[in-house]
Design a protein around this ligand. Structure first.
Ligand SMILES: Cc1ncc(COP(=O)(O)O)c(C=O)c1O
Length: 306
């Protein structure tokens, strides 16, 4: 997806002109993928832009960094403050937000510890990731021949830059085979998640998703769905899922910051069908909350204008 340029990018406390937001070619993160990032969205609301689950994302950024022994030189509150300022200065009504914690120029080698930790935050307008058609009618998913990394390969709770080679291999394979998105199985052959999304199924009125111990990322949207399900009295269980549970699901959907809440129409060409009632209820509530239209969930959104 092409990037739409805006005026400024935040780099280590400075607001830098978009074109000047550069790093040296010998920046170690470019070579080894040792870095962590977040994907966050701000949505248009009647009170101006608001960042969905802002604190949870920045807290996950800190957790990811901690797993990789990178000390983030900015506290969660400072990163949130910087992001709000960046959205105001760039004057975007809604946007994608990309904080990145990386190793700065100066050292090279497989030991990342001597490198200086750098932080950047970029924002830009970004439409829906799997398309309007996918949001409305569901996407076609394919089980990937690529396995989701295991937690003793690279810690699965860490949103590390290098991990996304695994996701991209699966994504490219799915797209080239004519599908919209992949489903990755874990090292035990059970369902993990999409290339950049968590996954839920509905069976006989019960919402099911794999627990974190299956090697899935702790999605902020996934956590939000848990809260929405409680609110809507939809029973939810975290349980391991087999491939056949996808084939036999009454409903299925992906969740993620980029993808939002997207129904899955088929898996491996086995029809699940058009978006079902529980998927639609959760999707509607999600879009109402992010747009600031559900005051009881106002704690989930962070208004950019104070
Ligand atoms: C591998 C993976 N799983 C799940 C998710 C969903 O996480 P979130 O809802 O926090 O965006 C993402 C996106 O960040 C991801 O990259």
């Amino acid at each position: 997806m092409p990037i739409t340029e805006v005026a400024k990018i935040w780099m280590d406390g400075e607001l830098v002109d978009w074109q000047d937001a550069q790093v040296h070619i010998l920046t170690p993160t470019l070579h080894y993928g040792w870095g962590v990032f977040e994907g966050i969205r701000a949505y248009e609301t009647p009170r101006g832009p608001a960042v969905f689950q802002h604190r949870s994302h920045m807290e996950r950024l800190h957790r990811s960094a901690r797993i990789l022994q990178m000390e983030v030189p900015y506290a969660v509150d400072e990163l949130m403050q910087a992001t709000r300022e960046l959205i105001r200065i760039n004057d975007v009504p809604s946007c994608y937000i990309r904080p990145l914690v990386y190793l700065g120029y100066g050292e090279m080698g497989l030991n990342p510890l001597p490198s200086r930790v750098r932080v950047s935050i970029a924002v830009w307008p970004w439409g829906t990731y799997l398309g309007e058609e996918g949001l409305a009618n569901g996407v076609r998913a394919k089980i990937s021949s690529w396995q989701r990394i295991g937690s003793n390969m690279i810690p699965t709770g860490c949103k590390a830059a290098g991990v996304y080679i695994n996701s991209s291999l699966a994504k490219v394979e799915a797209i080239k085979a004519g599908y919209d998105e992949a489903v990755l199985l874990n090292e035990h052959g059970r369902v993990a998640e999409g290339s950049g999304e968590n996954l839920f199924v509905v069976k006989e009125g019960v919402l099911k998703t794999p627990p974190l111990s299956e090697g899935v990322l702790q999605g902020v949207t996934r956590d939000s769905i848990f809260a929405f399900a409680r609110d809507l009295d939809i029973p939810l269980v975290e349980t391991p899922l087999l491939r056949q549970d996808l084939y036999l699901a009454d409903e299925a959907f992906y969740t993620g910051t980029a993808a939002e809440v997207v129904p899955i129409r088929s898996v491996d060409d086995r029809e699940i069908g058009p978006p079902g009632p529980i998927t639609k209820q959760l999707q509607d509530l999600f879009f109402a909350v992010v747009a600031g239209k559900e005051p009881r969930f106002d704690a989930m959104i962070d208004y950019v204008q104070s």
